[in-house]
Design a protein around this ligand. Structure first.
Ligand code: TC6
Length: 675
């Protein structure tokens, strides 16, 4: 087998080029090739310097994650980076694309780093539940300082080449497109100079930074093992020699990689990518060209949806029925962009650029110029059918027609047109400009190229997309239903909203079912028929307790929106218990877990059995990216696997639920949802 590493010479300089698509992951063959190159440089006196560079779209994007959990082939990455650094001839890392994880560690072990301005550096291991395991926790503090190292290693977000240069991580910026020549020129300049090894540099640190950092990020790191382990490790090794530090790093790495959190986070990494593969569709299907998007409705949802495309440089025609609503919607989009700019995440020109792509109109016929039209109107089948009937008359042939419905039957909506093959669901989550998840709903007649185009577009607008089948609530909202039903029943049986929410927050969710109701609006759905008061929620809505927006819902809120237990809610629950004559019992934490979490897994199993999700990992992606399921628990189906499906079935049986046949079958066979 040919090595992914090619060696070439330019005068005294040995060039090691890695070509291991798609991302130059540092798999065994790459490590062996790099090691051979370093050996060659060591033994050949005519070689005076080495340049390490990558072909393709990026510098090494890290260790090969698919090798994790398998027997390690020599040399390991920690051994290799030490060999690179130990060479007594200058080694220059020439970086383009992303130098991530192990890739960043190869760069840190090299004696010099040169990068094109578009390059990025990062230590994203923490996002996989591990710590930088090839000297990163030791070399980064020595090169860029302890604070920068803490920031990069615990948050995992990459920094630009410019920021890396300011931090001392990059020695020189190359000209875009001229990286190799600039790197060779750099190598020639430093030939003969004593090499500077980052592991030999001292670490200077104020011990107070660690606690300050923990305090500042406590909320962000809640429940996560890796960030805490990284801070502890850097703190404990900061004053110690490199050899000692790197040994502690190795132990910390091994501990984390064997843990459930890392397994869950790696599962989500691959699940997110697997979700883009659509069953039964050829990968090379010809995509439709989307040059302009139409959005019907300039409310919160329509505005948020529009922003996705504007931000990605795609022009949007947004339609409303009244001038005032159109103006309000347009103003909100501008306000949101300006808020982003105020935080320094957008320039004033970018704001104007995005706004310049927006065409607000009251004329429905203007949608005729669009290649994809998404309706975000009132959630009613009659209204949607009417909109699609009108679209059918004016949309150009081949335009994709999408509904943003959260629950309704896409096939019924598609039947209102003469072109059901062009219709699908694009279910965005609120706020649509922020939330990562997109459910792409595949109708019975949706054409393959329509689905594939939607999937490709989701990547362009930086969404994580999952294919769902046509069923009430699709994947996410359908699984939310049993949780909601059970949470409400438990209120009547003796639990409090706090008690139920607390279990969910302790599990790692950002909030529990009642906190979520207060945030989204207790009045959702109630306005349709305000005289019908059938449950506690309707009663709260009827009293004007609509949630956070009214400072009162299931909780009372002060002016800072801090929730507190509401005596009125306690009273109201008691009234309903009496009225419906519900027997009381002490609701335990175990009962809450079974009735609100196991029931979700049960629903997930039904969804899988019915083919409404393509695979269990897609269900996990929906919950992690759309509903705040803690990524370190890998999504409901992965979590069920780690709990053991027998335990889930036993819990459901104990509380009298009808267990999904697929779940029971898997439990009996000792199988898992995710293989
Ligand atoms: C580490 O380094 C630890 C070191 C210590 C060791 C002791 N390995 O994301 P994309 C695949 S931990 C294997 O769609 P993009 C990916 O699955 C690692 N495979 O591309 C996909 O495969 P598919 C630290 C990998 O252009 C394909 O490449 N590094 C790896 O949107 C394309 O990926 C990271 O955590 C990998 N490391 O984004 C970086 N990376 O086509 C992880 C990707 O079969 N990677 N693949 O589905 C990324 O963040 C992004 O892939 C990217 C490129 C920004 C590099």
């Amino acid at each position: 087998m040919t090595s992914p590493i090619t060696t070439t010479r330019q005068g005294d300089v040995l060039i090691l080029t890695s070509d291991n698509p798609p991302v130059n992951a540092l798999g065994a063959a790459v490590r062996q090739g790099l090691q051979a190159g370093i050996e060659e440089a060591k033994s050949d006196d005519s070689i005076k310097a080495v340049v390490i560079i990558c072909a393709g779209k990026t510098f090494f994007a890290g260790a090969d994650i698919t090798e994790f959990g398998k027997a390690m082939q020599e040399p390991s990455l920690p051994v290799l980076v030490d060999q690179i650094e130990a060479l007594d001839k200058p080694v220059i890392a020439a970086v383009h694309g992303t130098a991530l994880g192990g890739g960043c560690e190869v760069a840190l072990a090299s004696h010099y780093r040169i990068a094109v301005p578009s390059a990025k550096f990062g230590l994203p291991e923490v996002k996989l539940g591990i710590l930088p395991g090839a000297g990163g926790t030791q070399r980064m503090p020595r090169v860029a300082g302890v604070e920068a190292a803490l920031e990069m290693a615990t948050k995992g977000d990459p920094i630009s080449a410019e920021q890396a240069k300011a931090a001392g991580l990059v020695d020189r910026l190359a000209t875009e497109g001229n990286l190799l020549a600039d790197a060779v020129a750099f190598a020639q300049e430093v030939i003969g100079k004593p090499v500077s090894r980052s592991s030999e540099r001292p670490v200077t640190v104020d011990p107070a930074v660690f606690d300050a950092f923990r305090k500042a990020n406590g909320k962000r790191f809640r429940g996560l093992e890796a960030p805490a382990a990284i801070i502890d490790l850097i703190e404990q090794t900061a004053g110690k020699p490199y050899a000692e530090g790197v040994q502690a790093e190795r132990m910390g790495f091994m501990k984390l990689i064997m843990g459930t959190q890392s397994a869950a986070l790696r599962h989500i990494f691959f699940a997110e990518r697997k979700a883009t593969k659509i069953d039964g569709i050829a990968e090379d299907v010809q995509l439709r060209d989307i040059k302009r998007v139409g959005v019907i409705g300039a409310g919160t949802m329509g505005g948020g949806i529009s922003m996705n495309f504007l931000s990605a440089g795609v022009p949007v025609t947004i339609v409303e029925m009244a001038q005032e609503a159109l103006d309000r919607g347009t103003a909100t989009i501008r306000k949101n962009y300006e808020a982003t700019a105020a935080k320094g995440r957008m320039t004033a020109e970018q704001v104007e650029g995005a706004m310049g792509l927006l065409k607000p109109t009251l004329n429905f016929d203007d949608l005729a110029e669009c290649d994809l039209i998404i309706e975000a109107v009132y959630e009613s089948m009659d209204v949607k059918k009417d909109v699609f009937g009108r679209l059918d008359k004016i949309a150009r042939p081949g335009a994709i027609l999408a509904s943003n419905t959260s629950y309704l039957n896409i096939d019924e909506i598609a039947a209102a047109t003469s072109r059901p093959q062009d219709v699908l669901g694009l279910h965005f989550f609120s706020p649509a400009n922020v939330m990562k998840l997109l459910e792409i709903v595949r109708g019975a007649k949706t054409a393959d190229d329509v689905l594939a185009t939607a999937m490709a577009l989701s990547k362009k607008i930086k969404k994580v997309a999952v294919i769902a089948g046509v069923c009430y609530g699709f994947i996410g909202n359908r699984m939310l239903m049993p949780r909601q039903v059970e949470a409400n029943k438990m209120l009547l049986e003796g639990a409090t909203p706090e008690q139920i929410d607390k279990v969910h927050v302790a599990f790692g969710m950002p909030m529990g079912p009642f906190q979520m109701a207060d945030l989204a609006g207790v009045d959702i759905g109630w306005h349709r028929d305000p005289n019908r008061i059938e449950n506690i929620r309707d009663a709260l809505a009827a009293e004007g307790r609509w949630g956070q927006k009214k400072s009162a819902g299931f909780y009372d809120y002060d002016e800072k929106r801090t929730p507190s237990n509401s005596p009125r809610v306690t009273e109201l629950i008691a009234e309903w218990r009496e009225k419906l004559n519900v027997p009381q019992h002490e609701v335990t934490e175990e009962e809450i877990v079974v009735r609100t979490l196991y029931t979700m897994v049960n629903e997930g199993a039904l969804i899988l059995a019915e083919g409404m999700a393509q695979r269990a990992s897609d269900v996990d992606v929906v919950w992690v990216y759309g509903y705040g399921w803690p990524p370190y628990r890998g999504g409901p189906m992965f979590w069920a696997d780690t709990e053991g499906l027998k335990k889930i079935v036993d819990g459901l049986d104990k509380y009298g639920f009808e267990v999904a046949p697929l779940l029971r079958e898997k439990a009996e066979k000792g199988e898992k949802f995710n293989k």
